[in-house]
Ligand binder design. Structure first.
Ligand SMILES: C=C(O[C@@H]1C=C(C(=O)O)C=C[C@H]1O)C(=O)O
Length: 427
């Protein structure tokens, strides 16, 4: 493992593989997998050629500080400058790939950038293998790591998080009062809960369950953060940037009629449209200075997932020359979908009332390649997995019209994603 700021020289080789149309998760050995998957496509990686763990900033650092992103940008730039890359496939996700997870606030521990020894990727029926070594022409030993079968999670004990249900409802009610008093417009409040298994959790099992249950989401595993997020902070391909903003949540209906009604009700709800509008505005304000063109639809659409439905807006931008994906990540994080409005006030309120450290929850998680292609999700519907323990996180946007009991129910429906992933069939 290499953690110093001056990067090593890496030899990177990408070759095509025969497409077996299998799950990429099956290629992963046990251990700490890296993954970014959408349905059958994506990239998985293992081993560590090098990594950067940006240090947490001292307490009292402004919540919008971007030092961790700036450090990461410089480090990746240095890596790419030194690397020798032979790429026979040339698609987004080939060549030198770095996976990353960034904490929600600058003062938390847990931001990491990891270059795996081995990556297997697939995009639209084309599969590839990338190896990363310290010597030219060498094969990483990780390529030969034995592939044990994924192990079920086994019995799980569910433990309460930092705040009880009543305490958290109190925090929501207090936040609503402060919004009504004019201190801020919106804050996204979250809570945590714990799962304790008898033996170390095999993340591959979680990935396979998440990927198949949420094929439209981004299933990820980076630096212990594991989940399936529906929210795309940004995708960059060439100079094109796409972002999917989500805010506004309803349950799925029992049948098609009830489901349709719940969706239509949300589209007609002034409270949800306001909550969504604030998230879209924060994206627009952050993106405008970086874009030569920016297209944001005037009205949201519905995104239906297995557990909930959301108001969604897909924005497109053409980036100005010289703007990297990490520059855009730094500018966009945190949108008002996970922070609030105004950003600084909301982040201070979150730190004050949530009673926990979010770690990587609601932070950017994703990957970038040497050509500047990149995908970053917002780490939601996720847990931090550490050995036999998982810490789950879920929350929702609070505005003047929010009701604490509904917010608890909404967070529960979001917790379900990881609760179900951690529950073996028949358990
Ligand atoms: C905060 C979460 O989700 C965010 C909040 C939403 C809302 O308040 O309606 C919807 C989608 C996400 O932007 C979460 O999943 O924990």
């Amino acid at each position: 493992m290499n953690t110093e700021l001056s990067p090593p020289k890496l030899f990177v080789r990408t070759v095509p593989l025969r497409d077996r149309a299998d799950s990429l998760v099956q290629r992963l050995p046990a251990g700490t997998p890296l993954a970014w998957l959408t349905g059958d496509d994506g990239i998985v990686g293992w081993g560590e050629a090098t990594r950067l763990d940006p240090a947490p900033q001292p307490e009292g650092t402004p919540p919008t500080d971007t030092t961790r992103f700036v450090e990461a940008t410089a480090w990746v730039h240095g890596l790419l400058e030194h690397a020798e890359v032979e790429d026979e496939v040339n698609l987004p996700g080939t060549g030198l790939v770095t996976f990353g997870t960034f904490t929600f606030t600058p003062t938390s521990r847990g931001s990491a950038l990891i270059v795996p020894r081995v990556v297997v990727g697939r995009r639209e029926g084309r599969t590839w293998l990338t190896t990363v070594t310290d010597e030219p022409g060498a094969h990483p030993e990780e390529l030969l790591r034995p592939h044990s079968a994924p192990r079920p999670v086994g019995p799980v004990e569910w433990r309460p998080g930092s705040l009880t249900r009543e305490e958290w409802m109190g925090a929501v009610a207090g936040t609503v009062e402060r919004i009504r008093a004019g201190e801020l417009e919106k804050a996204v409040l979250a809570r945590d809960s714990f799962a304790e298994a008898d033996s170390p959790i095999d993340v591959r099992v979680l990935l396979e369950r998440l990927r198949t249950r949420f094929p439209a989401c981004f299933t990820f595993s980076v630096g212990g953060m594991v989940g399936a997020t529906p929210e795309l902070l940004l995708r960059r391909e060439g100079d094109q940037l796409t972002s999917l903003v989500l805010a506004g949540t309803r349950p799925r209906g029992e049948d098609a009629g009830a489901d349709h009604q719940l969706g239509q009700e949300m589209l007609a709800s002034a409270k949800d449209i306001e909550e969504h509008g604030l998230a879209v505005d924060s994206l627009r304000t952050a993106l405008e200075p970086l874009a030569e063109e920016l297209v944001v639809p005037a009205w949201p659409h519905l995104l239906k997932l297995a557990n909930v439905q959301h108001l969604a807006t897909r924005a497109h931008a053409r980036l100005a020359p010289g703007v990297s994906a990490l520059d855009a990540v730094a500018a966009l994080h945190p949108t008002a979908a996970v922070g609030g409005t105004p950003t600084g006030t909301a982040m201070r309120l979150i730190a004050e009332v949530e009673g926990m450290d979010r770690g990587g929850y609601a932070g950017p998680v994703g990957w970038l390649d040497g050509a500047g292609n990149s995908e970053w999700g917002i780490a939601l519907r996720c847990a931090h997995v550490d050995g036999s323990r998982a810490r789950l996180y879920a929350g929702g946007g609070i505005v003047a019209g929010s009701d604490p009991a509904s917010e608890v129910a909404e967070a529960e429906s979001k917790f379900r994603v990881m609760r179900e992933a951690l529950t073996d069939p028949g358990a």
